[in-house]
Write a protein that binds this ligand. Structure first.
Ligand code: T4K
Length: 411
């Protein structure tokens, strides 16, 4: 319990948490089941390349996503790259800038140019109106991102893609178990990509999946993610190695076993954050549209400095000093990062405003309701003492390069 500003760890007080509270602490599920699965894989000797665990994982993901096909891959970035190549996407690909850098890098890495669209200021997902203004004769595709598990405006994007004859892909890295209305995320556009990175609601250590209802495309992707093999010894075309291993399959299945529990835990945590942080000036817990299912893996608060009295970065520093390792998902936005900001400078007002405000707070099975109470107490304390904290934070900032140069010059 902080009594005064000097009790904050940032200003020399004792940190609230002895052990760091993390945003992406993995949910590992039942270890006995994991070890049993690993034993089976080790016993039968098939460790990758079409093993039984990966096949079972693919079936379960396809079922959740409501798609005919699922191809498990080593991570979602590779999945995007495989799709871009398999679909021969080149030229310009329109994507949101409010996403993890992987979305932009996958496009660029495959030799196409990411063109950044602004977002809907309410949801943070790609703005279809802006997308339409960015289409040129060089545009080949749109990649929407279901940010924090919220569906993009899938109907409008489908209409735009159809009218302009563009491929529509979704980066659904955050989207497993989420939906657009009653329809699960997974079957929209030409294909969708999930991430099962350790920090995700379903984790396979590292991993991802491509889901689609297009039979021919699924076949091409399955070949492309395995060196282009059509059959043993027979190569049908260009490919890479983006296969998921059986160890990842074992972890993915074990994580899926507890998916419902983890989401229920996340939802309870989200509700608690929302209730405990209600009414604080300039601070909003991002609201998820109840018409769509969410997995509540991301609890995002937005700090509006004009009303909160302190900048997001100050609150972040306060929290981190207390051993609450909050993250900025996603800040800076992609167009503010290299190589994009030097090569194609653009201004995206809604994206920039959101990127300046976001903080993702700890969630997942390792975060207890008692932790959330304590985190919220710190946040409440910080907002209630914002003027004093902001002033002291400013005083503690290292001198800027110019100040250092001029003070050294004066000396
Ligand atoms: N599209 C979108 C929209 C994405 O968000 C992502 C990935 C992708 C595409 C690409 O998916 P993958 O190719 O990764 O499958 C992390 C993850 O590495 C990345 O998967 C994720 N999104 C992104 C949002 O977050 P970092 O650099 O922020 O994570 P990292 O490793 O610093 O971990 C975050 C926190 O989680 C840390 O505070 C520590 C904790 N943590 C992390 C790991 C890996 C653990 O407690 N245990 C762990 O094993 O990128």
């Amino acid at each position: 319990m902080k009594r005064g500003v000097d009790d904050l760890a940032l200003f020399g007080g004792h940190a609230e948490f002895d052990q760091t509270l993390l945003v992406g602490r993995p949910s590992t599920g039942d270890r006995t089941k994991l070890y049993e699965r690993l034993d089976r894989a080790l016993d039968n000797g098939r460790l990758t390349g079409g093993g039984m665990l990966v096949r079972e994982f693919e079936d379960r993901i396809a079922h959740m996503a409501g798609t005919r096909h699922c191809i498990a891959v080593c991570n979602a970035t590779a999945a995007l790259e495989v799709i871009i190549r398999a679909q021969n996407l080149h030229g310009e690909i329109i994507i949101p800038s409010m996403t993890f850098i992987a979305t932009a890098h996958a496009v660029r890495y495959m030799g196409a140019t990411p063109v950044f669209a602004d977002i809907d200021p309410v949801t943070g997902t790609i703005d279809p109106d802006h997308v339409e203004t960015l289409i040129t004769p060089h545009t080949t595709a749109i990649i929407g991102v279901h940010l924090w598990g919220q569906p993009c405006d899938v109907d409008r994007l489908a209409d735009i893609a159809h009218r302009h004859n563009l491929t529509l892909i979704y980066d659904a890295a955050h989207g497993i178990g989420c939906s657009h209305g009653p329809t699960p995320i997974g079957g929209f556009g030409h294909a969708e990509v999930f991430s099962f990175n350790a920090t995700k609601v379903v984790n396979s250590f590292e991993g991802g999946a491509i889901v689609t209802n297009d039979d021919d495309f699924a076949l091409r992707v399955r070949q492309a993610h395995n060196f282009g093999f059509i059959a043993p010894g027979l190569i049908g075309g260009l490919g890479t190695n983006a296969k998921m291993s059986e160890a990842s399959g074992a972890m993915g299945l074990t994580s899926l076993d507890v998916f419902d529990e983890v989401v229920a835990h996340n939802k309870a945590g989200y509700d608690l954050y929302r209730d405990l942080l209600a009414g604080l000036p300039g601070l909003t817990v991002h609201a998820y549209d109840p018409r769509h299912r969410n997995n509540f893996q991301y609890v995002v608060v937005k700090v509006d400095q004009d009303h909160a009295g302190l900048h997001r970065d100050v609150l972040l520093d306060v929290l981190r000093a207390e051993n609450v390792y909050a993250l900025m998902y996603f800040s800076p936005a992609c167009h503010q990062l290299e190589p994009y900001r030097s090569e194609h400078p653009v201004t995206l007002p809604h994206t920039e405003r959101l990127a300046e405000q976001v903080i993702a707070l700890p969630t997942g099975p390792a975060t207890t309701s008692s932790d959330i109470h304590r985190v919220c107490e710190i946040v409440r304390f910080a907002i209630e003492h914002s003027a004093e904290i902001a002033a002291q934070w400013q005083d503690n900032q290292p001198e800027t390069a110019e100040q250092l140069v001029s003070s050294h010059g004066e000396a």
